[in-house]
Write a protein that binds this ligand. Sequence first.
Ligand code: NAP
Length: 231
Amino acid sequence: MRMSGNTMLITGGTSGIGLGLASRFHAEGNTVIIAGRRQQLLASITAEHPGMDSVSLDMADPTSIGDAIAGVFATHPDLDVVINNAGIMLPEELTDPRHLDVAEQTVITNLLGPIRLLTHVVPLLVAQPTATIINVSSGLAFVPLPLTPTYCATKAAIHSYTQSLRVQLADTGCPGPGTHPAGGADRPDGSGCPRSGDAAAGVPDRGDGPAAGQPRHRGDLRAGRVADAQR
Ligand SMILES: NC(=O)c1ccc[n+]([C@@H]2O[C@H](COP(=O)([O-])OP(=O)(O)OC[C@H]3O[C@@H](n4cnc5c(N)ncnc54)[C@H](OP(=O)(O)O)[C@@H]3O)[C@@H](O)[C@H]2O)c1
């Protein structure tokens, strides 16, 4: 992915990693649109970063997701990077049935939210000359923290989903550089760009895919990339 000249939507852009990414990418010469629920923060962050835009988004609300994506594409038809970063991490006591509320909210926000968002975004991104999707996972996808079981499960799920997404969207050759803004690589073992012909980063090439030069699926992101950011 090029580091400047993109038009990028960053969910969870009001704090933490998302805000860090937004500030840095803005400084590097990208058009950045931050998304989140806290209107006051959206306003103050964009005021501090002239040229940065914002959109109100609740990842737990399907209508909000649809409205936000439609609005962003209406004002930024050249959107070519989407970073699915918004997420919640809450403790759960599994012997207490009340944990179910947290579990449901976590799945809705961390897993269903990005899936819903991608459902709106992918058909639009495939029309761009190049595009990149980054889904923020976690090292806890691979070594769970028992205090946050559903959080870890959603991060494992988004990693798995990203692998499938990458295969479905892969063009021929290397689908992406493998690095990501949260530090590390898009393979659990930290290795980088897969060789040309790999089905996807982290997915071994079983040799039964399309021949080199052939599209692997109907809706490939042309020259696009799908990355799964882990920490
Ligand atoms: N921090 C870490 O060490 C770490 C490690 C591994 C992975 N991660 C992942 O990195 C991502 C960011 O983490 P962080 O530590 O930077 O988190 P953070 O500081 O708590 O920020 C979370 C962001 O997500 C947004 N968000 C939460 N629920 C939302 C909802 N329902 N709709 C829309 N936006 C929502 C928040 O915005 P609003 O409140 O304004 O909506 C906020 O901007 C998460 O996916 C997290 O799982 C973090």
